[in-house]
Write a protein that binds this ligand. Structure first.
Ligand code: NDP
Length: 247
């Protein structure tokens, strides 16, 4: 494999499926040691085996990043194992689409707690180590963090929030040589839509996926790998990546 990331340690949240899993594989193939965090232990075990089979190094961390204790334990485990953290990929997220009028408050709460508040907390917990390493934060927002669509108000609120947080963070830490990248994908074929509680919204998403060629998780992982493989002077701040079929 390539060695653009040789000597680097990465932490990927939401690594048990979709974009996070593909990103962990891509970073490992690039030569990084990769800590993989999520709640589903069986998925993490299978992914770690895949990474190791390909000659990479993986550290499994069972964590619910909406729990403050899990977050500090997660970062501590990375440091205890590898003594450094160079790349944080804040990817864990959920998309509970619903029109505002029909929204379930608990869906909104779950999205804010995971997509926004947990991402902020993980960043804060990792920041001292990222500064020490002149590291890199990659925040997975969405095209919904740039274009607010009807039927996605709650999700858009969290993803616009990620963009705002990331830009302020970038301006706080650039002088420490810490880089910040926001990734804004359009529709990607993953398990993301599977948790939608609003039947009409779920049907609408399934319909869109059935009538277009969506991105793959690997397409997005390649964009993340690009951002983190640049020389230290290059700060790739924002990547919008849509399926060609998407307006
Ligand atoms: P998946 O549902 O496949 O992946 C979501 C990941 O988040 C899983 O690994 C899941 O693991 C993890 N996760 C969920 N809750 C928690 C939690 N409380 N603590 C830790 N991990 C958690 O969807 P995607 O790969 O599509 O989504 C990844 C990111 O990409 C999300 O932020 C999403 O908003 C964003 N995105 C996705 C797009 C798409 O069209 N698919 C488009 C634009 C952005 P587990 O359940 O094991 O904890």
């Amino acid at each position: 494999g390539s060695s653009a990331l040789a000597g680097k340690v990465a932490l990927v949240t939401g690594a048990s499926s979709g974009i996070g899993e593909a990103t962990a594989l891509a970073l490992a193939a690039g030569g990084a040691r990769v800590a993989i965090a999520a709640r589903r232990a069986d998925r993490l075990e299978a992914l770690a085996a895949d990474i190791e089979k390909a000659g990479g190094a993986a550290l499994r961390i069972e964590a619910d990043v909406t729990r403050a204790k899990d977050v500090t334990d997660m970062v501590d485990k990375v440091i205890a194992e590898w003594d450094q953290l160079d790349i944080l990929v804040n990817n864990a997220g959920i998309m509970l689409l619903s029109p505002t009028a029909d929204a379930v408050l608990d869906d909104w709460r779950r999205m804010v707690e995971l997509n926004l508040l947990a991402l902020m907390g993980v960043t804060k917990a990792a920041l001292p180590h990222l500064k020490a390493a002149k590291g890199h934060v990659v925040n997975v927002s969405s095209i919904a963090g740039r274009v607010a669509n009807p039927g996605a108000s709650g999700y858009a609120a969290t993803k616009f929030g990620v963009v705002g947080f990331s830009e302020a963070l970038r301006r706080e830490v650039y002088a420490d040589k810490v880089r910040v990248t926001v990734i804004e994908p359009g529709l990607v074929r993953t398990e993301l839509g599977g948790h939608i509680t609003n039947a009409a919204s779920k049907a609408g998403l399934d319909q869109r996926l059935a009538t277009m060629e969506a991105l793959t998780a690997e397409d997005v992982a390649a964009a993340i790998l690009y951002a983190v493989s640049q020389p230290p002077r290059v700060n790739v701040n924002e990547i919008v990546i849509r399926p060609t079929d998407q307006e």
